[in-house]
Design a protein around this ligand. Structure first.
Ligand code: MN
Length: 231
């Protein structure tokens, strides 16, 4: 068998025990904190969580400099708790959901807000706003024992040392176990899947040179620098 070209190697996310988590797919939950839903001009609906997806290759690690992406003049941060799935399953009941979680990390769902808002207004898909190269920074993944059931703990974000977001995991409208039950009712969740669980209020724009730090209580913080414009 002759390949036409070399395939992309798997995306490997480091874990706190010195191993690597091979990333398979990324599910991102929208409007999972009431105050953020409101700042986006919407209401959160606990009965109807929704999601979008990103390519695995959008993951970058702690300490990375991400290029300011082309096609936008309003590039936003969203600090999020990320869930790392290691056990496959379909129609996973809420009571068994956490058995499928290997661990948790601090993450960023970087967003071309102007393109997302335009898509929203026209009732079109969000891909251009959300699924962007280097748009899914991910911190060190800690085993689930570091966070327990991930139902409480501070989640904060600073830009250049100034706090811009502060929330608590207890404010999630749909908590982690219900998110897993929900997604696995639509897909067979697979080992390597990541779930970005939504962001608290305070999202905003960054410019080249900005340094973003995401901290989730109990986890290693994530530091990302915004680089020059992608050419
Ligand atoms: Mn998000």
């Amino acid at each position: 068998m002759t390949l036409l070209f070399d395939p992309q190697p798997p995306v490997l996310a480091p874990t706190s025990d010195g191993r690597f988590f091979p990333v398979r797919r990324i599910f991102c939950i929208g409007r999972n904190y009431e105050e953020h839903a409101r700042e986006m001009g919407d209401k959160a609906d606990p009965e109807a969580p929704f999601f979008f997806t990103k390519w695995a290759e959008t993951v970058v690690g702690d300490g990375a400099t991400i290029a300011y992406p082309q096609g936008t003049s309003n590039f936003h941060y969203e600090a999020e708790l990320v869930v790392a799935i290691h056990r496959p399953g379909r129609n996973i009941p809420r009571e068994r959901a956490l058995d499928h979680v290997w661990g948790y990390a601090a993450g960023l769902d970087m967003t071309r807000r102007d393109l997302q808002s335009e898509a929203r207004a026209k009732q079109r898909p969000w891909d251009a706003g959300k699924n962007v190269e280097q748009s899914s920074p991910l911190g060190l993944i800690h085993p689930a024992s570091a966070l327990g059931d991930a139902t409480k703990g501070a989640l904060t974000l600073t830009v250049n040392g100034v706090e811009r977001q502060r929330g608590d995991l207890s404010q999630m409208i749909t908590p982690v176990d219900r998110l897993i039950a929900f997604l696995s009712g639509l897909y067979r969740l697979e080992a390597g899947d990541l779930i970005y669980t939504g962001t608290p209020a305070g999202v905003g724009a960054v410019v080249p040179g900005d340094v973003i730090v995401v901290a989730v209580q109990g986890l290693t913080s994530l530091t990302i620098t915004v680089g020059q414009h992608d050419q």
